[in-house]
Design a protein around this ligand. Structure first.
Ligand code: ATP
Ligand code: MG
Length: 598
């Protein structure tokens, strides 16, 4: 490809709306262009990168025995009614009506469609196991589309679905996918950690997320907190929404601080736990913290020992909701007649729920840390007042569940060593779904005894576009992107310093032809620009290699630069070409039409 023909517009500045480096660089280097919030054009350079990621995914999925197909992007409401998700999926599901008024949606994921495919196509146990996958755009009307390709509304995903006739079969399919996932990300130049995770709206019991760990705290691209154990023989790792830990013992009996018997006390201006603890001269471990959430438009009161913090996804799961947010101070006043800091669970069943919310009673869910507390302190639902010496016998029994956010330093649940925390980008996710969809949608086959059985399913996603962006997060410097060779849009940029110089152009062209003949994806920067401009673009775009043909060509030498390490060698032109061919050989694409055009 000649640079003068390549459809790319690099920018001098980072875009003003970009916060994370992959977003900044992909826009500035001309890879993506925003069309609407969270919706991007993948420009020719980006498309090549995405094709390469897809290609790696295809090779490994096929090697693991999966078969590629393509399902429709627009899906009928009926299927989502059958699975029961039409009413629970939330606003991320982009719903539409066709001209006949029939409900449709843009596919955010394809469990319903694939289950209908299996229901029609798989009749007998003899056809199992099967693993079907596709690579396609998905649409999720995300609340906060941001970070460019890391969290778009339209994005490209590989989604695979396995069908088995036994739990052991599912576990094998799952393990095969887990193995393939490691390989895929490794080939894309990304080290990943598989972490236990919450299954969210997809459902199922066991799931793992593949996280690209981002240890740089300045960069918020890693949207997930990952807790992990450094003990090599243990290897525990979990997303914050799923992580558990063992706590040191703590003083949880208020009697030690003189709280004997239920009593209302004045606690003026103690709106925070610190202020309340200081005022009553007690540790936070004898205070029961109350927090009000609105979950699927129902009011939920969550309770926890006050030295600990709530984990919202856990709260949401504990009450079986699909969406959750914390209540605003004005809502607290309206519901409880008390301001923030003074709300509590006493006589909560008598609180009248305003009309705009659903449900007749407030659901109360308490963390396991609350269970062992005695003679504790709670808000009195009256501003500037608390109750002290409270016991569970004074309250209606709540739902007890783990709704606590783990903190670094707490003990690993598997081995007792301290846990560490780091940020991660979720690039893939695998789930053991079980029979959630097959039962709901009556997708069955006949077993050996001629009995109908629901399929035992697994599902496996990889964010293709997010993986490419994650690679930029991991591989860049202040000058631009440093693509791993396997997913670079082109392998090498050949830069004649002065295109008016006949010898320089001749040698540059010879190298170019030689590389193309060897199926190396080469760009020849034939633009009549200053060398500085060409070098800047080369670094920004992130070609893994650069060959500069400049003045030293009169001595028979060109410059060979490795972008990853910034190493520069002066070599003969033939040697430069041979070196590149040797480096690039393992990455020559065999599958899709990516051969360079002249
Ligand atoms: P997240 O928690 O980041 O919103 P998710 O868990 O809802 O993602 P899955 O349903 O597991 O996403 O989708 C499979 C994969 O698709 C994810 O692992 C991720 O790589 C990718 N993905 C999901 N949502 C987006 C998005 N909005 N933009 C880009 N990629 C996404
Ligand atoms: Mg996920």
């Amino acid at each position: 490809m000649k640079m003068s023909r390549l459809f790319v517009q690099t920018l001098r500045e980072y875009p003003s709306d970009a916060e994370v480096i992959s977003h900044k660089l992909l826009v500035r280097a001309g890879y993506i262009r925003k069309l609407a919030q969270g919706v991007y054009n993948y420009m020719p350079l980006m498309w090549r990168v995405l094709k390469k990621v897809e290609n790696i995914v295809r090779e490994e999925m096929d090697a693991a025995g999966a078969q590629e197909m393509l399902m429709p992007f627009v899906q009928p409401e009926e299927l989502w009614q059958e699975s029961g998700r039409w009413n629970v999926y939330g606003k991320e599901l982009m719903r539409l009506k066709d001209r006949h008024g029939r409900g449709m949606c843009l596919g955010p994921t394809h469990e319903e469609v694939i289950t209908s495919v299996a229901r029609e196509g798989i009749k007998s146990y003899k056809q199992l196991p099967v693993n079907l996958y596709q690579i396609q755009s998905k649409f999720r009307d995300e609340v906060r589309p941001r970070y460019g390709l890391l969290r778009g509304r339209e994005f490209i995903m590989k989604d695979a679905y396995s069908f088995d006739s036994s739990q052991e079969g599912l576990e094998k399919s799952y393990a095969d996918m887990a193995k393939a996932y490691y390989k895929i990300f490794e080939r894309c130049g990304l080290e990943t950690k598989a972490v236990q995770s919450d299954s969210g709206a997809i459902g199922g019991a066991v799931s793992h997320e593949y996280m690209v760990l981002i240890d740089d705290n300045e960069n918020n691209a890693g949207e997930n907190d990952v807790f992990f154990c450094k003990n090599k023989s243990c290897g525990y790792a979990a997303n914050a929404n799923h992580a558990v830990s063992v706590l040191e013992s703590a003083e949880v009996d208020g009697a030690k601080f003189g709280f004997n018997g239920f009593k209302k006390v004045d606690t003026p201006d103690t709106t925070t736990i610190e202020e309340l603890a200081a005022f009553l001269k007690i540790p936070a471990t004898v205070i029961l913290k109350s927090m009000i959430y609105v979950a699927d438009n129902k009011i939920v009161m969550a309770l926890i020992r006050a030295d600990k913090t709530f984990e919202e996804t856990k709260v949401m799961n504990a009450v079986g909701a699909n969406e959750i947010r914390s209540a605003a101070p004005a809502e607290l006043e309206a519901i409880f007649g008390a301001s923030k800091g003074f709300v509590g669970p006493k006589d909560i069943e008598q609180v009248k729920i305003p009309e705009e919310y659903e449900g007749e009673k407030i659901t109360v869910v308490a963390d396991l840390t609350a269970q062992e507390m005695k003679n504790f302190v709670i808000g009195a639902n009256e501003t500037d007042k608390h109750f002290t010496g409270v016991n569970w016998s004074d309250l209606n029994t709540p739902i007890f569940a783990d709704i606590r956010l783990v903190e670094a330093g707490e003990k690993c649940p598997d081995c007792g060593e301290p846990l560490y925390v780091t940020k991660g980008i979720e690039v893939g996710n695998i789930f053991q779904l079980g029979t959630k969809y097959s039962k709901a949608m009556n997708a069955v086959y006949l077993d050996e005894n001629g009995k109908t059985q629901p399929f035992i399913m697994g599902c496996y996603g990889i964010g293709i576009s997010r993986t490419a962006a994650a690679a930029v997060e991991r591989h860049h410097d202040e000058h631009g992107i440093k693509w791993p060779i396997a997913i670079a849009p082109y392998h090498v940029d050949i830069v004649p310093v002065n295109i008016q110089d006949e010898l320089q152009m001749k040698v540059a062209n010879e190298i170019y032809e030689k590389l193309l003949a060897a199926k190396v994806e080469a760009v020849l920067d034939d633009r009549d620009e200053r060398a500085g401009v060409k070098f800047k673009d080369a670094d920004l775009i992130g070609f893994p290699f650069r060959i500069t043909v400049g003045k030293t060509i009169t001595e028979g030498l060109v410059e060979f630069k490795v972008r990853e390490t910034d190493e520069v060698f002066k070599v003969k032109p033939e040697e430069a070409a041979e070196k590149i061919i040797e480096y690039v050989k393992p990455y020559i694409i065999s599958y899709c039409q990516l051969t360079p055009t002249t």
